[in-house]
Design a protein around this ligand. Sequence first.
Ligand code: 18C
Length: 256
Amino acid sequence: KDRLKQKLVAIPATPTTPAAKHRLWPEIDRITQEQLHYARLGVGAGGWQLFAEDGDMRMYRREEEADGLVVDPLKACHVVKGVTGQEVCKIFFSPEYRAGWEATLEDMTVIEHISKDTLVFLQTHKRIWPASQRDALFWSHMRQVPDDQDSDAQDLWIVCNHSTEHEEYPPNTSKCVRVYLTVCLVCQTFIDPPRENEEIKREDITCKITYCSVVNPGGWAPASVLRAVYKREYPKFLKRFTNFCIDQCKDKPIEF
Ligand code: 18C
């Protein structure tokens, strides 16, 4: 770990991103820290039910409703070899990769470029009959965080997405119902075996991923259809996304 730490610059306790001057910053900073804490709590307590399992991937959900709408929280863990947490978070965050892995996407626009680590997205998603089409307007923030809980891991990376408003893009148009989401992707990198003075290869790297999501469908959607969509789409997303990361990174120099 010490050898790897030498590659990193000192990480200030308070991020020095230019996004810190933006009106949304207090919310972005607070929700990102809350989501990091939430992601790191295990699934032992809190009524999490395992609903999908495939290799190292585990997906858990809790059945919850708000105002009669299904808002089941989801927590997923995965272990992916050959990629770093920084690479995985960069691919999840960056607009240029999104169409390559986001299977539910119809259209995506960056409506505000707050800073290179903080963007505001407007997305439209594929319609599921008989429900209305959905869109989502959310800020997305990526940051590196010192890992004070795991001495074998490098600093971890998080991407946090959270719904917001924009006066030029009001919700619930004739075309779409707006969904409200809070999502985070947290990644830790492990190097094994940690050989002194030897070049680290992709086969030595393992990335531990935690993905948490709560999506409020924003308007009527039949509960049974919605739960069936969750059960089908979330495992599909995590497998497709992680395979996309492996494929994008395999012939590139490792980014720590
Ligand atoms: O986190 C993910 N992606 C990020 C970048 O895009 C970001 C976006 C999250 C979008 C949340 C879902 C938006 C609505 C999707 C509609 C479903 C379309 C399915 C089409 C199938 C052909 O954070 C990865 C997100 C992975 C999403 C998995 C599916 C989630 C389902 C949520 C349902 C919401 C209401 C749908 C209403 C229709 C109900 C019948």
